[in-house]
Design a protein around this ligand. Structure first.
Ligand code: WTA
Length: 656
């Protein structure tokens, strides 16, 4: 991948949108983008007030932004709004109740089309079911679901009654559920018996049971029947979704909540300790996801069929499956299973069947498709596509070009969208009818976003100088805090350049045309297949195993996943370093966190390289796994030989 960094630096291919695309786009030229962006920075509050006007407010706000207690922002102060009403009722009331909201495809091949009217009815019934089990505004509800329409219903039902959802990705383990329940103090869980993945059933309810054996604050569990696998139902705690909703009323008035009422908590990895609970609130978040969806996906409600392949367990699923598209009244595809089940053409079969126009996926998936071979793509007619998107990690120019040529037929603009769980919505991305694209750059900031690159002393870097990516103005969907930890919020994002400069944690540079090139995380956060993973999290999972004395985890370039996980482990005295133990440790990490965190490589070491004060020298470990010479200064090492030894170990392991 280091070659890709080289090619990124010298990339000079530029692709303008076609005249036809621009002529029909919401924003039609670079000049128009630049004028609008300029205005949105000069009068940010005016711009967002206008954007918020697209939504239905039950009470008008009296102040667009209160930044007096920076970095704690309040948007649309005094306004009252219901997110579910904006995503559902508004469209039904406008006469679009029969419009398909979701073309759903189950992994085994079953399908369902759900209209906006049906989604509204299901949401109201489920919201009433939750109410009758005593769940009310402000309560935290953990959602652990497969990719079925009811996942969106569960989220929207929470939003409707003001309960705060916290979705946990279905690939995370029981232990991850325990950690998130403990931090959010959730009192209810919404899950399913199972979900289909690569022909097998993921035992979601069983994982919830295992978690609840270790956490006793949950009073109510709703269980959707999806796979008909056997599950245990605990009397007085567990209830079947279909039974609870059978007689529930479809009338559930959408109460207006304060614009700053919490909408959800989503846990994401940081550089230290356990995942942190990113808190998003209602009015600003919905305004931002509504506008970015409209402009960045150039959404046309009457003709577009949109498909985002993310899972609702990640922020991409929150903002660009549920809230953004549904606030826009979009028709979208939702798919339950794996991209390669039963074969590698599954996605393209779905694109052809539903005539998808707008397709949003991750670079990891694109690289996996390239590897699987073009024949899978060639089988299907992809001519309905008009716009492509990527998210989650830097995209290498080869993958970008393949995506453009092979999937987009050379005619579809690609929006490479940079953003984070914390930002709530897309921050840097081409506006596709207006901004010329280049492989590897997310191009320009969205309206109202004042992005910059700062050097160590807080001065803006010049073109092509690498530095830290910062945002200099607040924006409506910014995280409001880390749940229950305002100090950590301040320290993590606002510490270096003052209380009003948001530090993203990514390294980046701009080119002479003002395009932003994101290089990657500057902290100890890995990006594995587009998923964030803290090295500290994996390390603490490893040392929680009885045989492990110490561990250090670093990332290394990986052809498909972007980054792979390498763990250096020292064992306790008397424990044998066997291949079986390696396997056991990988599985242990799977149990503690989830399959995505399993190290690609575990290396046993007698010692880890440390400074005289006892700090593990990660920089050296990174150099070892990067495969080149270890150039770092080792003079401060207790034992110089350790590095040579580890390097030999690593070379042996990767070449065996
Ligand atoms: C990385 C996902 C380069 C980045 C929405 C960021 C990207 C982290 C891009 C956030 C992109 C995301 N180009 N890098 N287009 N998109 N990233 O919170 O390092 O899961 O900080 O949010 O992913 O990951 P998260």
């Amino acid at each position: 991948m280091s070659n890709n960094i080289e090619s990124v630096l010298s990339e000079d291919r530029v692709f303008d949108p076609s005249e036809e695309f621009s002529a029909n786009a919401h924003v039609k030229s670079l000049e128009e983008y630049e004028a609008l962006h300029k205005r949105s920075i000069e009068d940010t509050e005016g711009f967002w007030a206008e954007q918020a006007g697209d939504l239905k407010w039950q009470d008008q706000w009296d102040q667009v932004l209160d930044w007096s207690d920076a970095p704690f922002a309040k948007w649309f102060v005094g306004g009252k709004i219901n997110a579910a009403e904006n995503c559902l009722d508004r469209h039904v009331e406008a006469g679009n109740g029969d419009k398909i909201a979701i073309h759903w495809v189950g992994e085994p091949g079953d399908t369902r089309d759900v209209t906006y009217a049906e989604l509204l009815e299901d949401t109201c019934k489920f919201a009433n079911a939750m109410k009758s089990r005593g769940i009310s505004a402000g309560d935290r509800v953990l959602i652990y679901m497969p990719m079925v329409p009811e996942a969106a219903v569960a989220m929207l039902a929470c939003a409707r009654i003001g309960a705060v959802h916290s979705v946990v990705f279905g690939g995370f383990s029981a232990q991850s559920i325990v950690d998130r329940l403990g931090d959010s103090e959730a009192t209810a869980v919404i899950t399913a018996d199972g979900g289909w993945r690569r022909g097998g059933v993921v035992p979601l309810k069983k994982n919830v049971d295992d978690a609840l054996a270790k956490y006793d604050g949950v009073k109510t569990v709703f269980v959707l029947k999806r796979c008909e696998n056997d599950v245990e139902m605990q009397d007085g705690r567990d209830y079947w979704w279909y039974e609870e909703t059978a007689d529930a009323s479809a009338d559930c008035p959408a109460e207006g909540f304060d614009a700053e009422h919490p909408l959800y908590i989503l846990y994401t990895s940081g550089s230290t300790g356990k995942p942190k609970g990113i808190l998003h609130t209602t009015g600003g978040y919905l305004t931002y996801t509504n506008s970015t969806f409209k402009y960045i996906f150039d959404h046309k409600p009457d003709s577009d069929i949109y498909w985002c392949t993310a899972d609702v367990g990640w922020v991409t699923g929150h903002s660009y499956i549920v809230y953004g598209p549904m606030a826009n009244g979009a028709t979208q595809v939702m798919y339950e299973g794996a991209p390669n089940f039963p074969d590698w053409d599954r996605f393209w079969e779905i694109v052809a069947k539903y005539k998808v126009t707008t397709f949003y996926t991750a670079p990891t998936a694109i690289r996996a498709f390239i590897k699987a071979g073009d024949e899978h793509v060639d089988k299907h007619d992809l001519s309905s596509l008009r716009l492509l998107g990527t998210v989650g990690e830097p995209i290498n120019p080869e993958a970008w070009m393949w995506y453009r040529d092979k999937i987009g037929g050379g005619r579809c603009p690609i929006v490479d969208t940079w953003w984070q769980t914390e930002t709530g919505g897309i921050m840097i991305s081409p506006i596709p009818g207006a901004i010329p694209t280049k492989p590897g750059t997310a191009t320009r900031p969205f309206f109202g976003i004042d992005a910059a690159i700062f050097d160590e002393s807080g001065n803006p870097c010049g073109p092509n100088e690498g530095g830290k990516l910062v945002i200099r103005k607040p924006w409506p969907s910014m995280l409001r805090t880390i749940y229950k930890d305002p100090e950590r919020f301040k320290e993590t994002y606002w510490n270096e350049y003052g209380d009003t400069i948001y530090i993203a944690g990514d390294g980046a540079r701009t080119d002479a045309d003002g395009n932003f090139w994101i290089v990657g995380r500057l902290d100890d956060v890995l990006n594995v297949s587009g998923h964030r993973l803290g090295t500290a999290e994996v390390e603490s999972a490893l040392v929680s195993h009885d045989d492990v004395a110490e561990s250090a985890v670093v990332g290394r370039p990986h052809e498909i996943k972007g980054q792979g996980v390498v763990a250096f482990v020292t064992l306790k005295g008397g424990v044998d370093a066997t291949d079986d133990l390696k396997k056991e440790l990988r599985n242990h990490v799977g149990t503690e966190i989830g399959a995505i965190a399993k190290p690609d490589e575990i290396l046993f070491a007698d010692r880890l390289p440390k400074t005289r004060s006892g700090k593990i020298m990660r920089r050296l470990l990174k150099e070892i796994v990067a495969g080149g010479e270890v150039k770092g200064d080792t003079t401060t090492l207790e034992d110089h030989e350790v590095v040579a030894q580890l390097k030999e170990e690593f070379d042996k392991a990767v070449h065996s």
